[in-house]
Structure formats: structure tokens, C-alpha cells
Design a protein around this ligand. Structure first.
Ligand SMILES: Cc1cc2nc3c(=O)[nH]c(=O)nc-3n(C[C@H](O)[C@H](O)[C@H](O)COP(=O)(O)O)c2cc1C
Length: 330
């Protein structure tokens, strides 16, 4: 009998496929469909800290704060018109009432300002866990990297003062010593790390000579960055790992579990192939486990992590020397 259960953030998931935070997880109806298709959990669309702070300022009768984080400006303007913070709490509450899978709320943040108190209201609304989606692009050559890590830790500490539900941290990979940053974060008061967020990708229109947006959706080729780092980090992190970016099918799910992930998040694949992609991926996972005579996720999880390999360097190799000589004969 095959058991797909996994324990992520101290929550029991009936299987390791989570639908990650995105526009699809902003409505109860969509989430019901996601649950019907078998997802193990869902992460709600992120609420932006600016949105919460604007509400706080409004409540205090202050004028709208002018300093919005560049990446959230459009979204916040839209969100202000379309939703109130209260709506988010309703989304948490209603989703919890309508689906029987864990519901993870999400906040996109980059400071530990007024908004952190709001995290407590998310817990009260019934969220099973809270994912902090923190991204600070270290684009200033004069900044000190350790200070960057400390900014993440400050946010975690402040949020932890207001919630007792499990916390996960979803990050990008722009750290000068990513391995050190991952270990440092894993030792903070969080239950899980989500590797990695996929950010807005700038592109350039060579005909108009203007910047333009790259694709919002990943391809399955993009799995390799998170796969490498799940395999490396599962060696030394002290919390759960959840893989994100480029997981488009059952093969991707199996790979990330073999690398050491406790769960995976899918987003672009759900947009491109509809929520049925969840049940297709679960079927693949089931059949693969049957074929390899694995009866539980834990019986094979991490079997191809860096620690388990005779040649662990494989996850650290950055050059294609052997491949090049095989292909070119040189
Ligand atoms: C339309 C869209 C909206 C997204 N919104 C959020 C968000 O609000 N919060 C967040 O943490 N990630 C957000 N993401 C990022 C996804 O959660 C995910 O990390 C990213 O798409 C990589 O996973 P994938 O390769 O499975 O798509 C969004 C992605 C898309 C495509």
C-alpha cells in the first residue's frame, strides 16, 4: 500500500504537492478546484506589507504612504481598488471552511514595520501556517551581505512575536554565500524554507529600445537551480525544505523529493495545464513509487541529495567539461 503523506512545517499533508502562491489561489472557488484535483496544501496569494501599512495608515487617518516598494506598486494600486485587507482575512477564513487541506497564508514583505502585528490576525482567521515571501535584491555594490541576512532575520523575529503557527521563508538565490544564508535562516525561528521564488524577469524590446516584462511563467528547464540547492542544502539546513520553480510534472516532483525536499510547490504548470496537472503528477508519483517498491515518501526522500552521493561534487559542478569533450570529441 503506497502512502504519499508527508510532514511539512509540522503539518500532515496527504501528499507533497502544494499549489504555490499566485493569482489562482486568490479565490475560494479556484482553491476548491485545486483541492478537488488532489493538492496536499495551498499557499494563498500574497498580501503585500505595503497594503497592510496603507490600511494601518488609513485607520489612523494618515494620508497614503508614498514610498512603495518598486515591485509592489502596480499590485498594491490594483489591490487597493479591488480588495481590502479584511478581504484577505475573509479569504483565509472561507478557504478554511471550504477545503480540508492545509491553508498557508502568504505575506510579501521587506521590512519589519507596522504590518507585522497583522500576522496575528491571519493566525486568528485560521491559517495553518504563514509563508513570508521576502525578496531584497542586493543590487547596491556598497551594501554588506551580512546586513542583508540580518534584515531577513529581523523580520522573522518580529513576525514570530505575533504568531505561533508555523512559519516558512520563501526566498530568491541572490546571496553572496547562499549556503551560509540558508543555514542561518534555517536556524532562525522558522519551520521551513521555500527554494526559490521566481521573480519578475525584465527583458528588453530590441525594436522599441525599451524595457519589457519577460514571461510570468517558468519552463520545466528552470527546475535545475532549485534542484541543485535542495540537494545541497538538505545536507545542513535545520528545517524543512520545499522546492519551488520549474516543477511542471510528476518527474519534477520525484526529482525534488529525491533531492531532499519534503514538499514541492507548483504554479506555472497549473496555469498552463489546469489543476488536473496535480492529479496527473500524483499518478506519476504513485506509479513511480510502485515500480521502485517505495511505500512511503520518507523511504526515498533525499536518496539523491548531496550527502547521499558517492560523488557529491555532482551538485557543485558548474562546468560541462565532460559533456563538452563527449559531444565535441575534444
Ligand atoms: C501570476 C503569478 C502570480 C504570483 N504571485 C505570487 C505571490 O503573490 N506571492 C508569491 O510568493 N509568489 C507569487 N508567484 C510566484 C510563484 O509562487 C512561484 O514561486 C513561481 O511562479 C515559481 O514557481 P513555478 O515555476 O511553479 O511557476 C506568482 C507567480 C505567478 C506566475
Amino acid at each position: 500500500m503506497i502512502n504519499l503523506k508527508t510532514n511539512y512545517l509540522g503539518l500532515e499533508l496527504k501528499n507533497p504537492i502544494i499549489v504555490g502562491s499566485c493569482g489562482l489561489t486568490n479565490s475560494v472557488e479556484n482553491i476548491e478546484e485545486i483541492a478537488r484535483n488532489g493538492a496536499g496544501a495551498v499557499v494563498l496569494k500574497s498580501l503585500f506589507e505595503e497594503q497592510i501599512n496603507i490600511q494601518v495608515a488609513k485607520a489612523m487617518g494618515a494620508s497614503r504612504q508614498s514610498q512603495l516598494h518598486a515591485e509592489s506598486e502596480d499590485y498594491v494600486t490594483y489591490f487597493e481598488k479591488m480588495h481590502l485587507v479584511e478581504e484577505y482575512l475573509k479569504l483565509v477564513k472561507n478557504t478554511k471552511e471550504r477545503v480540508d487541506i492545509p491553508v498557508i497564508a502568504s505575506i510579501n514583505c521587506h521590512t519589519n514595520s507596522e504590518w507585522v502585528e497583522f500576522a496575528g490576525r491571519i493566525e486568528k482567521a485560521g491559517a495553518d501556517a504563514l509563508e513570508l515571501n521576502i525578496f531584497m535584491l542586493p543590487s547596491n555594490p556598497n551594501s554588506k551581505e551580512v546586513a542583508l541576512e540580518e534584515s531577513y532575520l529581523e523580520i522573522i523575529r518580529s513576525v514570530r512575536e505575533h504568531v505561533s503557527i508555523p512559519l516558512s521563508l520563501k526566498i530568491g538565490y541572490y546571496f553572496d554565500n547562499l549556503a551560509r544564508a540558508l543555514r542561518t535562516f534555517s536556524r532562525a525561528d522558522i519551520e521551513g524554507l521555500v527554494l526559490f521564488n521566481r521573480f519578475y524577469s525584465p527583458d528588453i524590446d530590441i525594436y522599441k529600445l525599451t524595457p519589457k516584462a519577460g514571461s510570468a511563467y517558468s519552463t520545466s528547464e528552470e527546475i535545475h537551480i532549485s534542484l541543485r540547492w535542495i540537494a545541497i542544502a538538505s545536507d545542513f539546513v535545520e528545517c524543512d525544505l520545499c522546492a519551488s520553480t520549474g516543477i511542471h510534472n510528476g518527474e519534477g516532483v520525484v526529482k525534488q523529493l529525491l533531492a531532499g525536499a519534503k514538499a514541492v510547490q507548483m504554479v506555472s504548470a497549473i496555469y498552463k495545464h489546469k489543476p488536473i496537472r496535480i492529479s496527473e503528477s500524483l499518478d506519476f508519483l504513485n506509479n513511480w513509487m510502485k515500480k521502485h517498491k517505495f511505500t512511503s515518501i520518507e523511504s526515498f526522500r533525499g536518496k539523491v541529495s548531496r550527502q547521499q552521493l558517492k560523488d557529491p561534487v555532482v551538485f557543485e559542478r558548474v562546468q560541462y567539461l565532460r559533456y563538452m569533450s563527449e559531444v565535441t570529441g575534444k
